[in-house]
Design a protein around this ligand. Structure first.
Ligand SMILES: Cc1cc2nc3c(=O)[nH]c(=O)nc-3n(C[C@H](O)[C@H](O)[C@H](O)COP(=O)(O)O)c2cc1C
Length: 242
């Protein structure tokens, strides 16, 4: 699409664009149905229209399917089990950049708790049930059974803005996936295991893992996919300055 047609393009069906955005949710149960490579490439091509500071396009994406996907799942699930069995090992698996604060404050901690216990509550997992919590958390490291796992990296030399650019790219992927009947779950859970991930995908020393993502067809019958998250009304996060 040339710039001229970008300027003149009229969105004939705004409701479809909104539906693609609003029907995106963090899908935590997928069908094994494969996603054709051409579809993945198409999504990535469209998503790469994301803006980035001075058009640096700092993102890289590693697409894992088949044996490569399964191999990473086996390695990280084993590491996750090992940390459960020996919590001292957690020191080995620290995330490289702070996605979350070290000290949580309101209202974020409240929303985080509501989210966590809402999800576990739906699945019948109670606070004391460590095994079930571990198993549910480990579903992250199986890409929630999705056949496609994506790993996003940026070049270490870039500034924090590159994370913003990568986030815009990721959101485009999630929306473009919806337009093709697919669902996604962005996954920072992988970040703790970045050393294993980066070694597995053969990423260079200069790359930093930003996030993972599961991609595939949602299992519509799964209870976990009925988990719906609320949002603050616009007035709560907006100030108009006239
Ligand atoms: C960058 C990023 C990382 C996330 N990491 C995880 C994750 O590791 N595991 C998970 O189950 N959900 C993860 N989520 C999903 C959030 O919990 C979810 O977006 C939030 O609760 C809002 O729900 P929704 O996505 O269904 O609208 C992540 C979301 C984002 C944006």
């Amino acid at each position: 699409m040339s710039t001229a047609s970008q300027v003149s393009t009229r969105i004939e069906d705004p409701a479809s664009v909104d539906a693609a955005i609003e029907s995106r949710f963090s899908t935590r149960a997928f069908l094994p149905t494969p996603v054709p490579r051409a579809t993945i490439e198409d999504i990535l091509r469209v998503a790469s229209r994301a803006p980035s500071g001075t058009n640096t396009q700092p993102w890289k994406v590693h697409v894992l399917t088949g044996a490569s996907r399964d191999g990473l799942v086996a390695k990280v699930c084993a590491a996750h089990d090992a940390v459960r069995d020996n919590p001292a090992l957690a020191a080995e698996y620290q995330e490289e950049y702070d996605y979350y604060p070290s000290q949580w404050v309101s209202p974020y901690i409240d929303r985080r708790r509501e989210n966590g216990w809402g999800l576990y509550g739906l699945l019948g997992i109670t606070k004391g049930d460590k095994e079930k919590m571990h198993a549910q958390h480990q579903r992250n490291f199986r890409f929630f059974d999705a056949p496609v796992g994506l790993m996003f990296t940026v070049d270490r030399v870039m500034g924090r803005g590159a994370l913003l650019d990568c986030g815009a790219f990721m959101q485009n992927i999630m929306v473009a996936a919806r337009a093709r009947g697919l669902h996604t779950c962005p996954q920072a859970a992988w970040n703790n295991y970045w050393k294993l991930v980066m070694q597995h995908i053969g990423a260079g020393e200069g790359e930093m893992l930003v996030c993972g993502m599961a991609l595939g067809f949602a299992d519509e019958s799964a209870l976990v996919n009925r988990f719906h998250t609320p949002r603050e009304p616009v007035a709560n996060f907006t100030r108009f300055h006239d």
